[in-house]
Design a protein around this ligand. Structure first.
Ligand code: PAF
Length: 293
């Protein structure tokens, strides 16, 4: 187990709960010529989120991180109630990354009484997670759009671990002409390759050992892709690698990284997408595969 070494005297981010107050602060900072970066999160922060804040900190003058467990992106029976909430710990971690503001709104300010508006998403949002979690991406798109209204930053940072989410958000920003840049940052992994996720905390020690099967399947995919194997045999090998760890498979697929449709150019580029369940925990992961000759 690696131990994180943190600087001794971190600054403390200012916690803002009022959307109008954070908006005014961001507008004022930008009017003063400062570049503002925004990292939307649901809290329960880990080194993956810290890397997003760190990247924003190197590219921007001020960084805002939102912490909001968004009810509309959870389906019935999903983990909304048990999703970890630990604002004080999260703020400490963000202080070490030099974050200026933590925007932690109350639900009624994001979804005001009588709220009756949702963003409908189609195309790539209808596949994979969209099939397994109906309504999930409508919830993500709706909250991200509302967060972008409250935090009118220059650029927003998202982790590549949720590849389909990055596709849906980019599509929405383009389709609605939202005035914000989108930056996608690399997945941060445990030493054995497991992608960092707030949901890893749900895994029992035995499940934690098994969970590495998702990453193993992606390494298999990459090797076979480089060896010019056909897509269907690569997908079969990915499924076998996942099932070898007794992970209940949701999907293992090689698709176009932007449309998430089956590859129409055999040489790619491609993204390998995997999802599976261990007990009551769902995990997802992915790997981008460069075009092959
Ligand atoms: O990736 C997440 O943590 C969430 O889906 C997001 C983008 C913060 C929206 O609630």
């Amino acid at each position: 187990m690696t131990r994180e070494i943190l600087p001794a005297d971190p600054s403390t981010p200012e916690i803002v709960s009022d959307p109008q107050a954070i908006r005014a602060a961001v507008v004022a900072a930008r009017a003063a010529g400062r570049r503002v970066g925004f990292v939307p999160t649901m809290g329960a922060l880990h080194a993956g989120h810290a890397s997003l804040a760190a990247r924003a900190g190197t590219e921007c003058d001020d960084v805002v991180v939102s912490i909001f467990v968004n009810p509309t992106q959870f389906g019935a029976g999903e983990d909304f109630d048990r999703y970890p909430r630990r604002l004080a710990d999260d703020c400490r971690l963000l202080g070490h990354e030099g974050v200026r503001w933590v925007f932690a709104p109350e639900s009624r300010t994001i979804y005001p009484p009588g709220d009756a508006t949702r963003i409908l998403v189609d195309g790539p949002a209808r596949r994979f997670e969209g099939l397994i979690r109906p309504g999930h991406f409508e919830g993500v798109a709706t909250v991200v759009c509302r967060l972008f209204n409250a935090v009118p930053a220059d650029v927003a940072y998202f982790g590549a671990k949720d590849w389909q989410q990055t596709v849906v958000v980019r599509r929405m920003v383009e389709d609605l002409g939202l005035p914000i840049g989108i930056s996608i940052c690399p997945t941060i992994r445990e030493p054995d390759g497991l992608a960092l996720s707030s949901r890893n905390a749900y895994l029992s020690p035995a499940e934690r050992q098994q969970a590495v099967g998702l990453h193993e399947s992606l390494l298999v995919a990459e090797q076979l892709w480089r060896n010019q194997e056909p897509v269907d045999s690569i997908e079969a090998a990915m499924r076998a690698a996942i099932e070898a760890r007794q992970i209940r498979l949701d999907y293992a697929a090689l698709v176009d990284p932007v449309s998430l449709e089956p590859l129409d150019v055999a040489g790619g580029p491609a993204v390998a997408l995997v999802a599976g369940r261990l007990g009551s925990t769902r995990l997802i992961d992915n790997r981008l595969l460069a075009a092959r000759g």
